[in-house]
Design a protein around this ligand. Structure first.
Ligand code: ADP
Length: 483
């Protein structure tokens, strides 16, 4: 591994400001999904180490909370600068453990540091109110205080951005954190905490435990010192963590699965719609929760659209993310490959047509061909499940009301997209889609300024934006009498 700064490659957990191993000495291997090679290992920790990390976060809380927002923001700002200075190393580490093309990994690091920048600024903008009193001898105040010790659990598809999107607002608010990164991609998180230490984040304020998700997640939810859990991952795991958190009524932010509809109306600019669809669908080989998942195309433009799209998909370059010009890397693991193949096989067996791809890529491993299917019908699994792979399935529609009904017929509600040049339709459809986020004439909606999050089974709470810091604060009301 050719890092400019080899000390960013950390193979230990970080608790109370110390790098440490599992109490048992056990480790978990971390592999490169592009070739299956072992990159290294991390401690295989469980309940006991998680309890230690929570205790360290609790000890660090009073001093951190007592600092001014400006002081915390200054430290975050230094963290941001260090992430920027080490962008190349962080991107390389990410491509090695996650597989996404290097250009995308660089983009994710820039996205990750945008949250650190944003919340370094928001740290000093936490306001309260003086409320009009109902009696002359009283004064009423409402103000915000940090929730306390927070737990964060992140997924493998955005190994850096999910970390900063959770940790920066928590630290800005005055909370302390215990993070469990995904076991498939721990090195990005460990490099980030190394940089946080260099930036001056005090011991115990930000801790990372690696290892057994069930044991670590069990302690993070059962331990009453943890007042808040912020999670990104599958709906199934989110549901489980919510159940476990019910015992002590923890506050929750859950960013769960999506099943994004992408609608192309007959009044759309088709070239732009294809660009937006390619960007939305193939980012991270289709492994994002906001990827276009169900593609509805109006019958009047269907054949034209499908033909142009097929040429784009067929030209898409697959390979090891370290190679120049590669646009799609491997899937994260064999399980992911099997799932994508199962969904394609089921669709084809039920009558879908394959225009491009449809099978594992000749490169072997977990590479899958960029795939375009049409004739998707409601009885196919692909019409309901989040694909999490490089597969486009087209559905023909004939009216606006029909397509809105189909788009909303989902238990998830994260992101939706549509293309139309008709202003009246833009307003109507934007308001009618039952989703937390809507992209209108764009396939890329994520940035640090917009509130990211879903409705229905896609989760609770919002990340980033001016609303994001509130997820880590409690609103306190005080009634001052006797004036
Ligand atoms: P995926 O299937 O996409 O990997 P998961 O929800 O399983 O999504 O994983 C997201 C994160 O949740 C990862 O960090 C993973 O280790 C963690 N995780 C999985 N199962 C549990 C669990 N039972 N308790 C706590 N965390 C878990």
């Amino acid at each position: 591994m050719q890092l400019r700064d080899p000390s960013l490659f950390r193979q230990q957990a970080y608790i109370g400001g110390e790098w440490c191993d599992a109490n048992t000495g056990a480790t978990l291997a971390v592999t490169n999904p592009a070739d299956g090679s072992v990159l290294g290992s991390v401690p295989d920790m469980g309940q006991a180490e998680t309890r230690e990390a929570i205790a360290a976060a609790e000890r660090a809380l009073p001093a951190w909370r007592a600092r001014t927002g400006k002081e915390r923001g200054t430290i975050l700002r230094r963290w941001q600068d260090l992430i920027e200075e080490n962008l190349e190393d962080l991107a390389l580490l990410m491509t090695l453990e996650q597989g996404k093309p290097l250009a995308e990994a660089r983009g994710e690091i820039r996205y990750a540091l945008s949250f650190v920048e944003w919340f370094s600024e928001e740290a000093k903008r936490v306001y309260g109110d003086v409320l009009p009193a109902t009696r002359g001898d009283q004064r009423l105040l409402a103000f915000r205080q940090p929730i306390g010790v927070c737990a964060a659990i992140t997924a493998w598809n955005f190994p850096s951005a999910l970390v900063t999107r959770k940790v920066s607002p928590a630290l800005a608010a005055g909370c302390t954190v215990v993070l469990k990164p995904a076991e498939l991609t721990p090195y990005s998180a460990l490099a980030l905490i190394e940089l946080a230490e260099r930036a001056g984040v005090p011991k115990g304020v930000f801790n990372i435990v690696t290892g057994n998700p069930v044991a670590i997640g069990g302690e993070l939810t059962a331990n009453p010192t943890v007042r808040k859990l912020t999670f990104t991952g599958s709906t199934a795991t989110g549901r489980l963590l919510m159940q476990q958190s019910a015992a002590n009524i923890k506050k929750l932010s859950l960013e769960l699965g999506g099943n994004a509809p992408f609608i192309v109306f007959d009044d759309a600019d088709l070239e732009q719609a294809i660009e937006g669809l390619m960007a939305s669908k193939f980012r991270n080989a289709g492994q994002t929760c906001v990827c276009a998942n169900r593609i509805y195309v109006h019958e009047a433009v269907f054949d034209d659209f499908a033909g142009r799209l097929a040429r784009r998909v067929a030209a898409f370059k697959v390979g090891n993310g370290l190679e120049a010009e590669v646009e799609q890397g491997p899937l994260i693991d064999g399980r992911a490959l099997q799932k994508v193949q199962r969904l394609v096989d089921d669709a084809v067996a039920k009558g879908a047509q394959v225009h491009v791809g449809g099978k594992p890529h000749a490169l072997g491993g977990t590479f899958f061909e960029p795939t375009l299917l049409s004739g998707i019908t409601a009885d196919m699994e692909i019409a309901h499940e989040e694909i999490f792979g490089p597969v486009l399935g087209l559905v023909k529609f004939s009216s606006e009301s029909e397509v809105i009904a189909m788009a909303n017929d989902s238990e998830t509600g994260l992101a939706a997209y549509f293309y139309s040049e008709n202003l009246a339709r833009v307003w109507r459809v934007m308001e009618a889609l039952e989703y937390g986020m809507v992209g209108v004439n764009t396939g890329m909606i994520s940035n640090e300024v917009g509130p990211f999050g879903g409705i229905k089974e896609s989760g609770l709470g919002r990340e980033g934006s001016k609303y994001g810091i509130e997820e880590f604060m409690e609103l306190k009301y005080a009634c001052l009498a006797g004036n």
